[in-house]
Design a binder for this molecule. Sequence first.
Ligand SMILES: [Zn+2]
Length: 506
Amino acid sequence: MTRAPRIAVGGFMLESNSHAPVATRAEFESVVLLSGDALLADLRAATPRSPRTITGFTRAMDEAGAWMPLPTLLAVVGASGSCEQGFFEWCVDELCARLRAALPLDGVFLSQHGAADAVGDADPDGTVFRRVREVVGPDVPVVATLDLHANMSEAMVRYSDVLVSYRTNPHVDMWERGQDCARHLRAMLRGLRTHAAYRKLPLAPPSVTQSTAPGTPYADIIRFGQERVRDGVIDVSVMSGFTSGDTPKNGLSVVVTADDRDKAERVAREVATYAWSQRERFVPRLMTLADATARAVAVGRDTRVGSLLFADVADNPGGGGRGNTTWILEAFHKAGVQGCVVGPFFDAALAAEAHRLGKGARFEAIFNRDETQEFSKRFAAPATVAALGNGEFVGRRGIGKGRLLRLGPSALIDLGGVSVVVGSNRHQASDPGYFEMLGVDLARVRSLVVKSRGHFRAAFDEFFPDARILEVDVPGLTTPVLARVPWKRIPRPIYPLDLDTTWAPA
Ligand SMILES: [Zn+2]
């Protein structure tokens, strides 16, 4: 190829919790909704808003030689509900119109999540790939990153060439997987032709069992796959899936890409068979609220013992939780827990009230006064406004490192013994900055309650090693206790919801 290759970039990233309120255009706008030149500028900004998949891809393409990036549309929100159908269709139309305008193309890179749902489309990710393929034709390589929580469909595999999922949870390798895509795309531009094999298991690992820390079943399955990346096998992706999504696509998936169909099929079968053999290790074990409260009281009283982190795994905004359930807050407050900080708690009305009243003001803090979701109960307590801020900071550790994060107008509300970081946007506790921006010294906190399922682990490990992290079992939209979820569309039987599920490689 004599001229610089013309590569379109874009994507649609949404992780849909089927039990959460519908994801709106406004929500995407508050995270990332960029197109054309604005997208290109962001990809090369010092602190981009775009995720590290697409910035990693861009950097690797820059480093590997000349290319012409052609920005389409990038729509990103964390986890929310199903997407508004009209907005989803607008996104796909806009992305495809910009693709068409960019023709002729030599390649396409998409940053997808893979667990999106839309009100009128059960497989939005499959729709994106199909529509992109319709525009560019069968011969233009389409490569994409996927979240490790992707709920895969046949269409996603059929209409793409190379799909690369994250291999870490917390997802600290988004940058590297974007770079992998650049490497594979460059190889395809030089003539490589790929074949993908796909397997799905009737296995839905609950969220808290999807850590990839050493010694976990998921880490072992990923390692088993990576050992097979050689001799023409270019990628092995194992996606555990998103169990807060209730879709016909739930289940752990394996996608293997190779330079030969038989190789891809053989490795996909080996990895799927190994993953199935590990299924009993995916049954979660959580701590009761009563036990958690007793531990928090004890650690608040005795400053000689190590501080504790309590993960509110059932109210993880990163999984579509509202970030505002009060079970732990109320129990700890009632028990007189000392030295505790909770957050970030999503309550724009309360944050606005704190800003109106000013720092030092005493008032009756009413949590969830405007919230209608059934798990987000109202809770009130006498309080002091301890600190105020605009909620903006650059992530310093974990999945948001280097990104500009915006919790919106925020306040630290002191209830006496327990303080709460209250924000105006719905974010999970994926960075120490959510607390530090309001003056909280995490080294001195006796107990920290985080609204997060697992991404907090890469952010708070300086203060809380794994042995001092406790996962608490309270109700919420992201509960990992699958038996409590009102399933409607998930394929049954599926393990560990149905313990007698069987599977054999086809
Ligand atoms: Zn994920």
